[in-house]
Write a protein that binds this ligand. Structure first.
Ligand code: ADP
Length: 384
C-alpha cells in the first residue's frame, strides 16, 4: 500500500473505533500491555467521571481502589509471562473507583487483542450498583447470604426466646409443685379434681421446657462448615454485596489488606454475613448525613495465629442508649430494625473462636473489630 492509502486506512479504522466507543452501550476501556489506558468509551467516561483525554495515558489502576490498584501491573505481567488466565475471557465481579473516590461493584469482562507482537486488552464493564438482583454470581451470593441471614436470624431469635421463656416456665413449675403440696393436705369435694388439674398443668410446663431445651440445642449446634478461605476474597465478595444499590450515597470505600492476613479457617457464608452486616450498618449510618463518607476495611495479621478485620466508618457514632448492650439481641435505634445483626455477628465470630468488639474513636465514627483464626499458609492455591 502507498503511504497516502495507509494513512486513509488508518483514518478509517480510527473513525470506526471512535464510532464504536461513542455508541457501545457498555463501558469499554482499551489498555496496552503496560496497563496504560488507550481509549475510553463514552459510557465509561460517564461511569468513572473521567474524560477520555484525562484518563488516556494513565495506568488503568487509576480506576480501581486499593489494594487492586497496586496489584494490577503484576496481574498483566503474570499473564504475559505464563499465559495463565484469571480474568481474560472469564469475567468477574470487581470493585471500581470513580474520579471522586467513590467505589462501586462492577462486572468486568476482558478480551485480548493482538496486533503484531503487541498486546492490547479490552475491558467491558457493567455497573452493578443500580441492579437489584443481577444474574450470575452476584445473585447466587446474595441469595446464599440473605437466605442464611434469615435462617441465622431465626436461630438467634429462637435462642433468645428460649432463654427468656425458660425462666417464667421454671417459676410456673415451682408454683405448681407448691400448690400440689398444699392440696395434698386439703380435703373437700373438688380437691381431687384440682390435684389432678395442677398435676397435669405441671406436666405441660415440663413439656414446654423440654421443647425449648431441644430448640436451644438445635440452634446451638448450628451446622457450620469451616474451610480454608481467602480473607481478601471473602471481603471482596461481601463488599460487592454490601455496595449494591448505594451509588447515590457517595461512599468512598478503601481496602487496606495485610498480605499476612490471607488464609483463614472459616464458614464462608457465615463470615460474609458478618462482613455484610457490619458494612450495611456503616453504610446506613453514613447515608443519614455527614460531609465525609468513608468506609475503611482493613485486615492485619496478628499474634497467636489470629487475624483481625476492622470495618471503620465516618458516621455519627454509636447512640449512647445502645452502646453498652450493642451485641445483645433486639437492641436497635432503627425504625424498621430488628436489632439482630450485631448479636448474630457475635454468635458467628465466637463460634469461630474469635472475638468482636467496637471502638468509638475520638475523631468520630465507629470502628468494629473482629478476629478469626488464620489457616496454614499455602500460596500455591491462591486465587487472584
Ligand atoms: P439493626 O441494624 O437491625 O438495628 P444491629 O444489631 O445490626 O441491628 O445494630 C444495632 C444498633 O447498633 C443499630 O440500630 C445502631 O443503632 C447501632 N449501630 C450498629 N452499627 C453502627 C455503626 N456503624 N454506627 C453507628 N451505630 C451503629
Amino acid at each position: 500500500m502507498s503511504e497516502p492509502s495507509i494513512a486513509l486506512a488508518l483514518e478509517a479504522a480510527e473513525a470506526r473505533l471512535r464510532s464504536i466507543l461513542q455508541t457501545v452501550p457498555d463501558a469499554m476501556i482499551i489498555i496496552d500491555e503496560r496497563g496504560r489506558i488507550e481509549s475510553l468509551s463514552t459510557t465509561a467516561e460517564r461511569l468513572f467521571g473521567y474524560r477520555a483525554e484525562e484518563a488516556c495515558g494513565h495506568n488503568v489502576s487509576l480506576l480501581m481502589p486499593s489494594p487492586y490498584r497496586e496489584q494490577h501491573d503484576a496481574y498483566i505481567g503474570r499473564y504475559l509471562e505464563t499465559g495463565e488466565r484469571r480474568i481474560i475471557g472469564i469475567g468477574r465481579i470487581v470493585v471500581g473507583q470513580r474520579k471522586d473516590g467513590t467505589t462501586f461493584p462492577m462486572h468486568l469482562t476482558v478480551g485480548e487483542l493482538r496486533a503484531g507482537d503487541r498486546h492490547h486488552f479490552t475491558g467491558f464493564i457493567r455497573d452493578l450498583t443500580d441492579q437489584q438482583l443481577t444474574e450470575g454470581r452476584l445473585k447466587e451470593l446474595q441469595s446464599e447470604v440473605t437466605h442464611m441471614s434469615r435462617f441465622t436470624a431465626l436461630g438467634e431469635m429462637a435462642s433468645t426466646l428460649a432463654h427468656e421463656i425458660n425462666q417464667p416456665l421454671t417459676a410456673i413449675s415451682n408454683y405448681l409443685k407448691g400448690s400440689r403440696r398444699l392440696l395434698e393436705r386439703m380435703e373437700g369435694e373438688n380437691v381431687e379434681m384440682l390435684r389432678d388439674a395442677v398435676s397435669k398443668a405441671a406436666d405441660q410446663a415440663l413439656r414446654a421446657g423440654q421443647i425449648i431445651r431441644r430448640l436451644r440445642e438445635f440452634v446451638a449446634r448450628g451446622e457450620s462448615e469451616r474451610r480454608i478461605e481467602s480473607l481478601p476474597k471473602l471481603i471482596e465478595d461481601a463488599s460487592t454485596l454490601a455496595l449494591v444499590g448505594t451509588r447515590e450515597h457517595g461512599i468512598a470505600v478503601t481496602f487496606r489488606l495485610d498480605p499476612d492476613a490471607d488464609l483463614v479457617l472459616a464458614d464462608r457464608i457465615q463470615i460474609q454475613q458478618v462482613l455484610v452486616n457490619l458494612m450495611r450498618n456503616a453504610i446506613d449510618v453514613m447515608s443519614e448525613g455527614g460531609a465525609v463518607r468513608r468506609l475503611d476495611i482493613a485486615t492485619a495479621g496478628g499474634p497467636d495465629e489470629q487475624v483481625e478485620v476492622t470495618v471503620a466508618d465516618t458516621g455519627s457514632g454509636l447512640a449512647p442508649e445502645v452502646a453498652r448492650q450493642l451485641f445483645q439481641p433486639f437492641v436497635t435505634t432503627k425504625r424498621k430494625g430488628m436489632g439482630l445483626g450485631l448479636s448474630i455477628c457475635r454468635t458467628i465470630v465466637e463460634a469461630h473462636g474469635g472475638k468482636i468488639w467496637v471502638e468509638s474513636p475520638p475523631e468520630g465514627g465507629t470502628i468494629f473489630h473482629f478476629t478469626l483464626r488464620a489457616a496454614p499458609h499455602d500460596r500455591e492455591n491462591e486465587d487472584a
